[in-house]
Design a protein around this ligand. Structure first.
Ligand SMILES: C[S@@+](CC[C@H](N)C(=O)[O-])C[C@H]1O[C@@H](n2cnc3c(N)ncnc32)[C@H](O)[C@@H]1O
Length: 246
């Protein structure tokens, strides 16, 4: 288990209602994300650390122009990192659990659909348990991807993943579960997916920092070398992202 931590991780603050506001000069954002990608490459989670910066910006602009986002906790750093990880791994199948309005989902799927696309995917699914939120996310995603390769379904992510019959190459976790379970639902979703995740597949868990207490059993699982080859906690904002490779 490794940690990538920037000096300013707890000072970088975003307004959740104003997600497109630039929080730092672009060169600082790029350098911070490059630092994270280098650690992920060192851990052999990524084969390299290169991605197309212009395509990432085209993706960002399309989301800003076309998505209705009531709020989001995805910082520009996190948006860039999610895009880059997907652009580098190029997962044929990706499932994102707990996508709210779809912003987190498209931060991942935008590497394969829309103006930021840099590869051809097979099936990219966002799962959202709340039907109204799922409908909003699906409307947003359709603005960027008319093909349907990226789609949103209204379902419980545990049920959906359990019934998914194909390989899952990248799993993004952001569901906040029932009031008693909270983010502890990550482990239920991962356990439902685990057998369909081939060696080398990757799990991204948002809120590895600000929900670390609720995620303690999840984090113990992905940091156990019996189950995952390596795991890196990326701490560059107050939310954080645990990146684990099977
Ligand atoms: C707090 S939101 C994530 C927001 C995201 N971090 C962002 O910044 O845009 C979590 C979402 O997970 C959904 N959710 C909770 N439990 C779920 C489950 N079992 N399956 C799918 N979605 C779930 C909730 O309805 C909610 O929309």
């Amino acid at each position: 288990m490794r940690t990538y931590r920037t000096d300013d991780w707890d000072r970088l603050r975003m307004n959740y209602g104003d997600p497109h506001r630039q929080l730092e000069p672009p060169e600082c954002e790029i350098a911070v994300v490059d630092g994270a990608l280098a650690v992920l490459q060192e851990a052999c989670i990524l084969p390299h650390a290169r991605y197309d910066h212009e395509k990432m910006l085209a993706h960002r602009q399309a989301v800003q122009e076309l998505f209705e986002i009531p709020w989001t906790a995805i910082t520009p750093r996190m948006q860039r990192l999610l895009y880059a990880v997907n652009a580098i791994i190029q997962p044929p199948n990706m499932i994102a659990a707990g996508v709210f309005c779809g912003n987190t989902f498209i931060s991942n799927a935008g590497a394969a659909v829309g103006p930021g696309a840099c590869y051809t995917a097979h099936d990219l699914v966002g799962v959202e348990i709340d039907p109204e939120r799922a409908a909003l996310a699906e409307r947003n995603v359709r603005q960027i991807d008319p093909t349907g390769v990226a789609r949103v379904v209204a379902d419980d992510a545990v049920t959906f993943v359990d019934g998914y019959e194909e390989a899952i190459h990248l799993l993004y976790l952001d569901a906040d579960g029932s009031p008693d379970k909270g983010k502890g639902v990550y482990l239920d979703i991962l356990e439902a997916a685990y057998d369909r995740m081939p060696s080398g597949s990757v799990v991204l868990a948002h809120n590895s920092v600000n929900s670390a207490d609720r995620l303690d059993v999840y984090l113990e699982f992905v940091r156990d070398s019996n189950y995952f080859r390596d795991s890196v906690n990326v701490v560059f904002d107050i939310e954080g992202l645990e990146v684990s490779v099977k």
